[in-house]
Structure formats: structure tokens, C-alpha cells
Design a protein around this ligand. Structure first.
Ligand code: GLU
Length: 480
């Protein structure tokens, strides 16, 4: 990429810069969402940079999962992803520039010397470790046959100040920041140097990222200043904590985005959930994507860590499921089936007729589901084939008396010509009244015969979704 000095008049450019050492986890997804929203809210662009300089820990599976996760969440980036590793030559060029200008120098400190410096700094309670031993030394002193690291000549006096959009003014005394290594002895650039060069060349105007990068930001600001490049606006977002306030772990929901997809969460629900992780707009909880874009601003990001709450995510998901179109839900459920384990997959899932039945059952199913998996589970009855496997409770329920009820209902239902929920209800209720049965006494045997279970969606919906032939045949199977 050719250097493209940034200018604010070019508009807002944000970037999401994940390290592909693990999949797209929930914190990363939120960072991506905030960058995406800030770009969209300002008519700008969000770029994607894969920070794959750690060759040992970066994997192509993680890169794929990040790209797929972002796409699934609807967070499309602009242009082609930039791979940081591929830009090593450009990073080296900037290191050379800094050396040439006397803003960086070669350091030959031995591991033993470094260890002594560490001990001393530790003993004196200082955060700056490196004592600058090669900073002003004559290069003629360089030992033969040793490849040096390159260190940035950081200012010793004064302060480095960042006006962070979330954290406010962050001031670090320069004496607390030692001379950072910008290139290792093998010539490879280090993280902070690469980030500065890439953000500059990509024309990034706003770096929105986790607060764990706040210390890096001061380092980076010093490098920007030395290069006389404009520093992007920083916004360091507090990290997400678990519901108990502890650092987010797997137990709390720190899973990859693909795990949420497989658990049956809708992208719109996850987006809505994530936007509220640290950002607020009054007391609003439910946001359409258009509203998020309209209202998002960095000023709305709070300074205290958000807590991850599975219950809240599930109830938002239930809301989005309830308000989704039936056909769309069928497609979403279908899309996750291949990702489920063999046991979790419904039988006959390649049979088109089953999916048509699921669509007929959807109005009832979506009322009670918190996830797409709930829909699949409660709707399993449309996939199973005759003769049905009965669970133990259903088997026990179908005693002689219940089977006799089924015999009577069978005759009534066989007579239904217009197989609609209303007609079915009319006939079943009529049968119960005629035989002096409570509705439940008729519904429970039907439920067992039609689904093999004692819990199911509304019984009239079940009968309707199965269609007359299949429903009647399942009932007949249980009439002895
Ligand atoms: N690659 C870093 C990470 O995944 C982000 C760096 C940045 O946003 O500046 O945490």
C-alpha cells in the first residue's frame, strides 16, 4: 500500500485490527461494532487489518473465523483486508527513516545487562526498565558479530498527553516510558511500530479499541510525534467483565462469535446486545441497526466496564425471534443445522416437506423461543417419522383410557375437511364437550401421539402443522 497521509477532510476512517491468534470473541466483536458504527454514523469507512505479525500464534483458521464472524454479524469492512505481516518491508523502511533522523538507535545490550536493568528497576519501583545505555553511545563501540535491536529515542522530559474520547485526558510522564524496541535483532518490526505505520498509511482517523491498549497508545503517540504524523483520535473502551464483575472468561460467555451462531442467536440480537455493552442512549434497550447508526457517538461510551449477562442476551434474542418473519426464521434455523453435532441435528433435515411443516408451526414456535435451537427443539415433531419414538412420560400417559380418547378423536378429525387451526380447534373442543372431558384430557393424549412427548407447542398448531394425513396417521398408530 502506498503511504496515504491522512487528512481529516477525507472523512472518518476507522479500523478493526484483530490478531488472528484466536477466533472473533465477544470483546473483539464489540470493538468491531463500535468501529463500524462510528464509521457509518459519520459517512466514513471501516477498514480491516489482520495483525498477523506473530507468525507462530496466527492461524488461517482464526483469520477465516474472524472474516466469517464479521460477515455473519453484518459488519462488512470497506476494501480488502490489510495483512500486517505483508507490510514488513514498509515497517522496515520507517525504522530506517527513524534511524537516519537520529530518532532511533541500535542497542547491543546483552541479556545479562537487560536482566540487571530489570532488577534495578524492580528494586526502585520504576516501570521504565531500559536505562538508555546505547542511546548516546558511539556506534563505534558496537560489538562485532552481534545483531542489534533498534530502539526508539523516546523523549526523556515532559509528558505524553492523549485526549482520549472515552478515558479523557491521559497523561504519562515521559520518564516512565523507556526507549521502546521498534525492530528486533532479526529486523522484524515490533507491534507498536507496525500499528503506527499501518494506521498512518491506511489513513485511519479514529482508533477505537479495548482499554488494554491504553499504555500502547502513549508509546504510539510518541512515535507519531517523532515522525511528524497526525495522531488518530483514540477511544479506549473499557473491557467487558463477567456477570460477577470478574475478568471475562469462557464461563461468562467469552466465546467465539461462531459459538453464538451455533447456539441459535440472531445477528441482529447480538448486535443489539453488544452495542449496549458500554454504550448507552438514554434508557433505550432495543435498537434497529438504523437507529444505532443514527445515535451512536463516542461520547455515549461509559468509563466503567460492562458486564456480560447471558439472560439479557437471551431475552433480546427472544424479542428478535418473535419479530422475525416466519420464512426468514426457517432459513436461519436451516443455516445452523449443518453446524450442529449429529445428535443435535433433527432427523430427515434434508426433507423439504419437514421444513414446510416447520414454517406452518412457526407462528406458535417463535412466541416461546429464546434461541433458534429452542425452535428446533420444540419443532422437532415435524421432523420425526412414524412410528414415533415415545419418551417415557408420553408412553406412561398413553394408558387404555387415553388411547380410547384418541380413538374417538380420530374419527372426529378424519371428518375435518378444511384443515385449519380454527376448524381443528372447533372439532377437538366439540369432542371434549360431547364426551364431558376437560380439554386437557383430550389434548394430552394427542400431544403424546403427535409428538412423542408430553410438552409441545399448542396442540391445535401441532395438528395443523403436521397436515391432516400425517396427524391422522400418527393418532391411528396409537389407537389399539
Ligand atoms: N491487534 C490488537 C488486538 O487484537 C489490536 C490493536 C489495535 O487495535 O490497535 O488486541
Amino acid at each position: 500500500m502506498s503511504p496515504n497521509p491522512k487528512s481529516m477532510s477525507d472523512g472518518v476512517v476507522t479500523r478493526f485490527a484483530p490478531s488472528p491468534t484466536c477466533f472473533l470473541h465477544i470483546g473483539g466483536a464489540r470493538t468491531a461494532l463500535f468501529n463500524w458504527l462510528h464509521a457509518k454514523a459519520n459517512g466514513g469507512k471501516m477498514l480491516l487489518r489482520i495483525e498477523d505479525t506473530d507468525r507462530k500464534r496466527s492461524t488461517s483458521e482464526a483469520i477465516d473465523a474472524i472474516l466469517e464472524g464479521l460477515t455473519w454479524l453484518g459488519l462488512e469492512w470497506d476494501g480488502e483486508p490489510v495483512y500486517q505481516h505483508a507490510r514488513a518491508a514498509r515497517h522496515g523502511e520507517v525504522v530506517e527513516q527513524l534511524l537516519a533522523k537520529g530518532l532511533a538507535y541500535k542497542c547491543y545490550a546483552t541479556p545479562e545487562e537487560m536482566e540487571k536493568m530489570r532488577e534495578r528497576a524492580h528494586g526502585e519501583g520504576r516501570s521504565a526498565v531500559y536505562d538508555g545505555m546505547w542511546r548516546d553511545r558511539d556506534p563505534g563501540d558496537a560489538p562485532a558479530g552481534v545483531d542489534p535491536v533498534i530502539r526508539f529515542k523516546a523523549p526523556n522530559e515532559g509528558d505524553t498527553v492523549i485526549e482520549d474520547q472515552v478515558q479523557g485526558t491521559v497523561t504519562v510522564a515521559n520518564k516512565n516510558l523507556d526507549d521502546l524496541i521498534i525492530a528486533r535483532s532479526d529486523g522484524s518490526p515490533t507491534y507498536n511500530l507496525a500499528v503506527v505505520v499501518d494506521d498512518h498509511d491506511m489513513g485511519v482517523t479514529h482508533a477505537i479499541r479495548g482499554a488494554d491498549h491504553l499504555t500502547n497508545a502513549s508509546r504510539q503517540a510518541q512515535i507519531y510525534a517523532a515522525l511528524e504524523w497526525e495522531t488518530p483520535v483514540f477511544a479506549h473502551v473499557p473491557l467487558i467483565h463477567g456477570s460477577d464483575g470478574a475478568k471475562l472468561s469462557k464461563r461468562h460467555g467469552a466465546l467465539g462469535v461462531e459459538a453464538y451462531r451455533a447456539m441459535g442467536y440472531l445477528p441482529a440480537a447480538l448486535r443489539n446486545y453488544l452495542v449496549r455493552m458500554g454504550w448507552s442512549h438514554g434508557d433505550d434497550e432495543i435498537f434497529s441497526t438504523a437507529q444505532m447508526i443514527e445515535w451512536f457517538d463516542l461520547a455515549g461510551i461509559g468509563r466503567s466496564p460492562a458486564r456480560f449477562d447471558f439472560e439479557k442476551l437471551a431475552s433480546l434474542n427472544a424479542h428478535y425471534i418473535k419479530n422475525s418473519d416466519d420464512g426468514e426464521l426457517v432459513n436461519l434455523v436451516r443455516a445452523i443445522v449443518p453446524e450442529l453435532s449429529q445428535e443435535a441435528r433433527p432427523p430427515n433435515s434434508d426433507d423439504e416437506a419437514c421444513w414446510e411443516k416447520l414454517a406452518l408451526a412457526m407462528p406458535g414456535l417463535k412466541e416461546r423461543a429464546k434461541t433458534l435451537i429452542d425452535i428446533l427443539d420444540a419443532g422437532r415433531f415435524v421432523f420425526v417419522s412414524r412410528p414415533l419414538d415415545m419418551d417415557e412420560k408420553a408412553e406412561n400417559l398413553l394408558d387404555d383410557e387415553a388411547r380410547a380418547v384418541l380413538g374417538g378423536l380420530l374419527v372426529s378429525l378424519e371428518g375435518v375437511e378444511d384443515w385449519s387451526v380454527e376448524q381443528i380447534e372447533y372439532v377437538v373442543r366439540g369432542y371434549a364437550e360431547k364426551t364431558d372431558l376437560k380439554l386437557g384430557k383430550a389434548a394430552q393424549p394427542l400431544r403424546a401421539a403427535l409428538t412423542g412427548r408430553t410438552t409441545s407447542p399448542g396442540i391445535f398448531d401441532v395438528l395443523y402443522a403436521l397436515g391432516k394425513d400425517e396427524a391422522v396417521a400418527r393418532i391411528r398408530d396409537q389407537v389399539r
